[in-house]
Design a protein around this ligand. Structure first.
Ligand SMILES: Nc1nc2c(ncn2[C@@H]2O[C@H](COP(=O)(O)OP(=O)(O)OP(=O)(O)O)[C@@H](O)[C@H]2O)c(=O)[nH]1
Ligand SMILES: [Zn+2]
Length: 222
């Protein structure tokens, strides 16, 4: 099964800034009957292990809260990064007006509904008009948005917006193909379904030929 969602029009902004994240984290969640007070993140993970029926004091689990805290910080490090930092001024004035395509960029993200991984490949293209971006910065932009709690549609749009804002090209095309563990190891338990999302901007939206060239170059296989 493949779900294709094209030109989705999510109103999401460019993710949350660290400041916004702090603010929203400070609000009490309805599931929290009592404030957690001074509990540290590691204490909360230890408590979680206990509530799952485990013994957090057994040898194998003793350092698990510490490891999970570190691992979650890595998996969500996009909240502490900005596109400006990542670009690091790697924008160059180059007189090249043919399509630039970086395809098969692997990504790993976490779905915001279950906090389970979804992962796959991103294909990114743009048609410059006087400015190009350092090639490595394109996968870096993908990672800034992947390393947050996401839905695939919003992530697709955020990547397109970031490229658009950085190089003001004639157009941008982004296709993401992902597999969601929340649909594989739980829930509907479908092992072979891939979700394809796309965001087409500028001439990638208005010119069928440009869009077709992009899609034929990336040839999503599924
Ligand atoms: N559109 C979209 N949906 C997603 C994404 N990741 C996970 N989901 C879906 O989010 C939905 C959450 O649905 P709910 O009914 O609230 O949660 P649930 O009971 O756990 O749903 P099931 O997964 O069907 O068991 C599910 O349909 C997931 O497949 C994503 O990136 N985009
Ligand atoms: Zn999910």
């Amino acid at each position: 099964m493949t779900i294709k969602i094209h030109d989705t029009n999510f109103s999401g902004t460019n993710g949350h800034s660290p400041m916004e994240t702090e603010l929203s984290a400070a609000k009490a969640h309805p599931a929290l009957a009592k404030p957690l007070g001074e509990a540290s993140t590691q204490e909360i993970y230890a408590e979680l292990l206990s509530r799952l029926g485990e013994d957090p004091t057994r040898d194998g689990l003793l350092r698990t809260p510490e490891r999970v805290e570190k691992s979650m910080a890595f998996l969500t490090r996009g909240y502490t990064q900005s596109i400006e930092e990542v670009l690091h001024e790697a924008l160059f004035d180059v007189d090249y007006d043919e399509m630039v395509v970086v395809k098969d960029i692997e990504f790993y993200s976490l779905c915001e509904h279950h906090m389970l991984p979804f992962f796959g490949r991103a294909h990114v293209a743009y048609l410059p008009q006087g400015k190009v971006v350092g090639l490595s910065k394109i996968p870096r932009i993908v990672d800034v948005f992947a390393r947050r709690l996401q839905v695939q549609e919003r992530m697709t749009q955020q990547i397109a917006e970031a490229i658009e804002d950085a190089v003001h090209p004639q157009g941008v095309g982004v296709v993401l193909e992902g597999q969601h563990l929340c649909m594989m190891m739980r829930g509907v338990e479908k092992q072979s379904s891939w979700t394809t999302t796309s965001a087409m901007r500028g001439v990638f939206k208005t010119q069928v030929q440009t869009r077709s060239e992009f899609l034929s170059l990336v040839r999503p296989v599924r």
